[in-house]
Design a protein around this ligand. Structure first.
Ligand SMILES: O=P(O)(O)OC[C@H]1O[C@H](O[C@H]2O[C@H](CO)[C@@H](O)[C@H](O)[C@H]2O)[C@H](O)[C@@H](O)[C@@H]1O
Length: 274
């Protein structure tokens, strides 16, 4: 039976650096198994996806962490893209919001119930390019199991046309679902899989689902809520990278703690494994 996650207003989440003892208590002496989102968590949000570059310091912090505890990156990006951006071969990577997983030991995992959606995603990409091509600033980003339609650089005046093109996609291509993110809509195969299910799968595959480990997920966006929710049922700890008030006073989250931004994520990762 799936239970609904417990949600709290983001402003009510304890700040993980200020409440570090409480976070330590939540880990209860177990080794943290760390799951990291990329955009908005390890790197600040920027205007174009290709400009979200992990700092040398960020790479050093994640690399040092991975020498001490299990670390996986779980991203909405295409897996090879985020692997190249992070640049640490020893990590496990899940791309396309968890649909595409590779571990250093086992290679690319074959996931039960997830087939070859290449033809479907090719259709999605084609229809998006046709519809969004004339709209200034619209970006289409193809991933193996997902296609993103970015509108960060689309003017307010052009937004209705941008949205209308996405509605046409949903009307003409069956078998897909839409997810929202930061100034982006993502289109994926309409199957019951998300970052939360990917984390659960990894905990079992990597044999981290024992009393000696406790999963921690760091994320910033709506799709990360699936992982925060999953962790609630697993005794894990979710850390949201978001200020207490970012203009969305009603934002709620299934995370347990928060930090303000990617710099503070790195600070917390340093403190977790001194
Ligand atoms: O799960 P993530 O690793 O956080 O990936 C989520 C999406 O991140 C990227 O888009 C977002 O970040 C861009 C760079 O800062 C920004 O320009 C864009 O507006 C954001 O939506 C990435 O491009 C997507 O593929 C990911 O799904």
């Amino acid at each position: 039976m799936t239970t609904e996650p417990r949600l709290r207003n983001v402003r009510d989440l304890p700040h993980a650096l200020e409440a570090f003892e409480a976070l330590g208590a939540a880990l209860n002496g177990a080794v943290p198994a760390i799951f990291l989102d990329y955009d908005g968590t390890l790197t600040p949000i920027v205007d174009r996806p290709e400009n979200a570059i992990l700092s040398a310091e960020g790479r050093a912090v994640v690399g040092a962490l991975a020498r001490r505890v299990p670390v996986a990156v779980v991203s909405g990006r295409d897996r090879p893209d985020v692997e190249a951006l992070v640049g640490i071969d020893s990590l496990t990577f899940a791309g396309s919001h968890g649909f595409d997983i590779r571990t250093p030991e086992a290679g690319v995992l074959s996931l039960e119930g997830i087939g070859d959606y290449t033809a479907l995603m090719n259709d999605v990409e084609r229809v998006l390019n046709e519809g969004l091509g004339p709209i200034a600033g619209a970006l289409v980003e193809r991933k193996r199991f997902s296609a993103a339609a970015h509108y960060r650089l689309v003017s307010d005046a052009d937004y209705p046309a941008f949205r209308a093109a996405l509605d046409r996609l949903l009307e003409t291509v069956p078998g897909i679902k839409e997810k929202t993110g930061k100034k982006v809509f993502e289109f994926q195969p309409a199957i019951d899989w998300d970052k939360g299910k990917a984390v659960e799968h990894l905990l079992s595959t990597l044999k981290l689902d024992d009393a000696g480990h406790r999963p921690m997920f760091f994320g910033d966006d709506v799709t990360d809520e699936d992982a925060f929710g999953a962790l609630q049922g697993l005794g894990g700890v979710g850390v949201l990278a978001a200020p207490a008030s970012d203009g969305d006073a009603g934002r709620v989250s299934a995370a347990d703690f928060r930090v303000d931004n990617p710099d503070q994520v790195l600070e917390l990762l340093r403190r977790l494994t001194p």
